[in-house]
Ligand binder design. Structure first.
Ligand code: SF4
Ligand code: SF4
Length: 444
């Protein structure tokens, strides 16, 4: 039975230019700019300095407060500098700059060959932490924390988020096709860690090859493949849970509050690599695509690789770019510099042609209600945007569930007045966060 979500939109999926392309391996970059800031929270702290020789997989930065994740060297070479360089999410950010020696040599004694089946849950969580594994679907939340819910939150179901509902992106799809056994192994590892008996893999029905391959691989295991209608934002965690389990995560709550954990395909491959081979998260599959890219690809790219190297690998551009986005066009982050680098959360880099960029002027709300129809979180996006414009940010939070907005952009996508509703919502969230901080520190 095909599972559906209410609301949402059907943007053209634009996946044809890369979905049949095997994951290529990028030539080793001469220089890597490895950000020590890989996810929300404190950046990690470098444990190497300029002049140090490093090997592939060696620890180069460790968590500042125990809640973050360590960062490892993606290749062997020499640290030339710890300096601020363009980051795709945080403007400029501290990076460990590594000049490659061209040998790509692993740290001696690092790699292992062990079976997850003989390891305890606690041992595996520690391995996942030490190898710097994070959610690779976009948020980059540390996986070891997600796998350690508070004792009073009993998890009984694991959902593998294989929807990849953003247009253009095919990195998860290719990971399922080319690393199917690793994805299944990672799923079994996480099920063991959480002590759950049932797992689901949710895949949109525009990926029939992945659905049949995963069904084949799941035979005899306690993992069920669920076909989902192709509809954006099917891949949002709360949508996956609703579509697969028919459970609603209440306002302000998390998947664990309904007994559920959600993991991304790429993260599960990374979990399997870490637990059995002790391979840290130093590279990932990135879809480099868009209408102006000469030869769109899926590529295995090292963390710290400048975007320019990825576009060069694709043969450069044809025509003028309007925008470069890290992630998909619906929720991704527009880039100000092509010198930004691959981070653990880089699922794709998409170039949008200048004639695709919507430059129409924003108009007043005409109260057509289209944004309300498509909002999967059942919010009033029009009201939230107007409250933000008027500076009534707290009312948006207390009376209109501002914080439930998952920033999917469906409201903006359908708005005939081209109102940048997500921008207004982010602004209100930021203002409220600033107010909370000011109250906490006593400055308000
Ligand atoms: S879709 Fe745009 S114009 Fe229509 S109600 Fe929503 S904000 Fe107003
Ligand atoms: S209000 Fe938020 S959750 Fe609702 S459609 Fe807009 S961006 Fe998505």
């Amino acid at each position: 039975m095909l599972r559906r979500i209410k609301g949402g939109v059907h943007p053209h999926d634009e996946k044809k230019s890369t979905d049949d392309k095997k994951i290529a391996v990028l030539p080793l970059p001469k220089k890597l700019f490895v950000p020590v800031h890989q996810h929300i929270g404190q950046p990690s702290v470098p444990v190497v300095k300029a002049g140090d020789e490093v090997k592939k997989g060696q620890l180069i930065a460790e968590s500042a407060d125990g809640r973050g994740t360590p960062v490892h060297s993606p290749t062997s070479g020499k640290v030339t500098e710890i300096g601020n360089y363009p980051h795709p999410l945080y403007g400029k950010s501290p990076c460990v700059v590594i000049e490659s020696d061209g040998l790509d040599q692993w740290q001696e004694g690092l790699l292992t060959d062990r079976s997850w089946e003989v390891l305890s849950a606690a041992e595996m969580i520690d391995i996942i932490f030490k190898n710097g594994i994070v959610g690779m679907g976009g948020a980059a939340f540390p996986t070891h924390i997600k796998l350690s819910p508070p004792k009073d939150k009993k998890i009984d179901t694991l959902i593998v988020n294989a929807a990849e509902c953003e247009p253009y992106l095919t990195s998860d799809y290719r990971t399922m096709i080319e690393y199917a056994d690793d994805v299944i192994k990672g799923t079994q590892i996480v099920m063991k860690i959480l002590g759950v008996q049932k797992g689901f893999i949710g895949i949109e029905n525009n990926k029939p090859k992945a659905i049949s391959l995963m069904k084949e691989k799941c035979k005899g295991k306690k993992i069920e493949v669920v076909e989902l209608e192709t509809k954006y934002p099917q891949g949002a965690e709360k949508m996956m849970i609703k579509a697969i389990l028919d459970k609603e995560v209440p306002s302000g709550k998390l998947p664990m509050d309904v007994g559920c954990a959600v993991q991304n395909v790429g993260s599960l491959k990374a979990v399997a690599d870490a637990v059995e081979k002790n391979i840290p998260l130093i590279e990932r599959v990135v879809t480099v695509t868009g209408r102006t890219v000469k030869n769109p690809v899926n590529v295995m790219a090292k963390v710290g690789t400048p975007f320019t190297e990825l576009f060069d690998f694709c043969g450069g551009f044809r025509g003028a770019n309007g925008k470069i986005i890290m992630g998909g066009p619906m929720m991704g982050m527009a880039q100000v510099s092509l010198d930004a680098v691959v981070v653990k959360a880089t699922s794709g880099i998409v170039s949008i042609a200048d004639n695709e960029v919507d430059l129409k002027e924003e108009l007043a709300c005409i109260r057509c209600g289209r944004c309300i129809d498509v909002c999967t979180m059942r919010l009033l996006p029009n009201v939230l945007s107007i409250l933000s414009e008027k500076g009534q940010h707290q009312t948006a939070q207390t009376d209109y569930n501002l914080m439930d907005c998952v920033e999917c952009g469906c409201c903006y996508y359908v708005c005939p007045s081209r109102r940048n509703i997500v921008h207004y919502i982010r602004q209100s969230k930021a203002k409220n966060a600033m107010l909370r901080n000011a109250i906490k520190t006593g400055s308000k």
